[in-house]
Design a protein around this ligand. Structure first.
Ligand SMILES: O=C([O-])C(=O)C[C@H](O)[C@@H](O)C(=O)[O-]
Length: 384
């Protein structure tokens, strides 16, 4: 089925999320943010969609690489199209990113699901229809009654448990927060949360990502005393040796790599060299659903779990299709925000969670995003 057109619509929508000077999300005043809808059309008039940041798929990227590769190809040939695009990356002077690759590949999967009338998680695996979620907090801040103190984390954790979560992951304080980073205050927040929720809730820490080996070792040993389930990205992931050093000394599982480049290939090196205990991959970070599945299947072949990074339809689709992932990451959460509020450009949440903490996989054909095309049409800023 030949691809005839690839188009983008950039639209605005209201948000209460803001980012600080280091890129961490926090609550903010209502403002207008921008999103891109990528649309792939085939000769039969069928379409597939993916939503993402406009800069990933700006006109230069769309004209210079994506249209050149896609138009005229068979939309079912995802693997070939993905490799053709991935080869373009080398000569693109870093303009064609893994995230752009992921967006294009998601739209192709969405197209295939819609064309065949099945949810993509059934097409690519079909392991489960619901999955327990962990509530993933925003990074710490200095907002009154926000996430400014260990006690704030404890109180918020109680709220999350009441909502149904059976697991919570803390993102603690990072610069530009005035007192960050601090291994001791991170540990205090973890202790406050354990104290607040008791022994039966699974807890994880994803703190400052640039700790030294000795700081990470200190935190990891404290987390072991608090019976945490994993310790995520405490150091720069380019130093695989530091992770091997850390994982070799801790009993608590060390999880990674999350932001390291290299798609499934860098994850293979981490497995071969025993660098971590639980593998990590997210659809956007490794360049698509396909490479994310390659990571998860490789991990399974080595008897390892692979926890999928990030929320959203594409990541949930992968979680629904694999066995060796325990949780879905739901968030980022904050006491000031209502995660259950449906974004203006969707008609329903992609990851609805019941009162027992289970997120239910969509039964819609495609990736499961019920897109509000009227809202997007009314709020379109530019199309190309
Ligand atoms: O695992 C996660 O959810 C994240 O890494 C979320 C964010 O990127 C957080 O770590 C941050 O803001 O640095």
């Amino acid at each position: 089925m030949r691809i005839t057109a690839v188009n983008v619509q950039v639209f605005s929508y209201p948000t209460r999320r803001a980012v600080d000077s280091a890129g961490h999300a926090h609550p903010g005043d209502v403002s207008q943010a921008q999103m891109a809808l990528l649309r792939i059309q085939t000769e039969d008039g069928k379409e597939g969609y993916a939503l993402g940041a406009p800069e990933l798929i700006r006109p230069y990227v769309l004209d210079g690489f994506v249209r050149k590769v896609l138009v005229g190809q068979n939309a079912f040939d995802r693997e070939k199209i993905w490799h053709d695009l991935a080869h373009w990356q080398r000569g693109s002077a870093s303009q064609l990113t893994d995230r752009a690759l992921a967006l294009v590949e998601q739209a192709l999967w969405d197209w295939a699901g819609r064309k065949l009338g099945v949810p993509v998680h059934k097409l690519i695996g079909g392991f489960r229809d619901k999955v327990p979620a962990y509530g993933s907090t925003m990074c710490g801040d200095e907002l009154p009654e926000g996430l400014a103190t260990p006690e704030d984390y404890g109180r918020f954790a109680e709220t999350l448990v009441k909502r149904g979560y059976k697991a919570i992951k803390l993102h603690t304080w990072m610069p530009p927060v005035s007192f960050a980073p601090s291994p001791r205050i991170d540990v205090k927040a973890c202790a406050a949360v354990r104290e607040a929720v008791g022994p039966d809730i699974a807890l994880m820490l994803d703190g400052y990502h640039w700790y030294s080996r000795t700081e990470a070792l200190y935190i990891g040993r404290e987390l072991e005393k608090l019976d945490f389930a994993w310790f995520e990205e405490p150091m720069m992931e380019e130093s695989a040796e530091s992770y091997a050093w850390l994982a070799g000394q801790l009993d608590i599982p060390v999880l990674g790599p999350e932001t390291l480049s290299g798609k499934h290939l860098s994850r293979a090196s981490w497995v071969k060299h025993d660098v971590c205990d639980i593998l990590r991959a997210g659809v956007a970070g490794v360049g698509g659903i396909g490479p994310c599945l390659k990571v998860a299947h490789m991990a399974e072949s080595f008897g390892m779990d692979c926890e999928i990074h990030g929320n959203g339809a594409a990541n949930l689709t992968v979680v629904g299709a694999i066995k060796n992932c325990t949780w879905y990451e739901r968030g980022l959460l904050h006491p000031y925000l209502d995660y259950d509020e449906v974004p203006a450009y969707l008609k329903r949440l992609v990851d609805p969670m019941d009162s027992d903490g289970f997120v239910h996989l969509s039964d819609l054909p495609g990736l499961g995003e019920d897109i509000d095309f009227n809202f997007i049409e009314m709020n379109t800023l530019k199309s190309f």
